[in-house]
Design a protein around this ligand. Structure first.
Ligand SMILES: [Zn+2]
Ligand SMILES: [Zn+2]
Ligand SMILES: [Zn+2]
Length: 135
């Protein structure tokens, strides 16, 4: 939790009760969640919370590197916790069965594309597999 609070602070974002509830929900579930999942959970404790507010909070968490966007086959938007302490370039692997997401350190792709003569600026990679519990 302290890592997350520090990441929030580095973007000058306050650790509000709503943000704390969102983080606790992600920690408790241990899998990727849709903005609707988060909204349904928060409505239990914050009666008048609107969906746009939940969505904005998820986006600010993404800006801080606390959450990452995850794409799954049904093409809905998911978010998952990023456990990395630094914001160094890395990728994520998602379990296709239970939705658990882990960080994958390092990246072998930086040199790809060199032969094309392009200067590579970015790439998008998401690994999929089965987590140890689902194998
Ligand atoms: Zn990560
Ligand atoms: Zn799994
Ligand atoms: Zn990479």
């Amino acid at each position: 939790m302290t890592t997350y609070i520090e990441k929030l602070k580095s973007q000058r974002l306050k650790f509000t009760p709503r943000r704390e509830a969102i983080l606790n929900y992600f920690i408790k579930e241990g899998r990727c969640l849709t903005p609707e999942d988060v909204w349904n959970q928060l409505k239990k404790n914050f009666k008048r919370i609107g969906f746009p507010s939940v969505y904005r909070n998820l986006e600010s968490f993404e800006d801080c590197g606390i959450l990452v966007k995850i794409q799954r086959e049904e093409r809905r938007l998911y978010y998952a916790l990023c456990h990395s302490h630094s914001n160094d370039h890395h990728h994520h692997i998602v379990c296709v069965k239970c939705g658990k997401v882990e960080d994958v350190d390092g990246c072998a792709l930086a040199s790809m594309g060199r032969a094309s003569g392009f200067k590579v600026l970015k790439h998008f990679v998401q690994l999929e597999g089965l987590c140890p519990k689902c194998v």
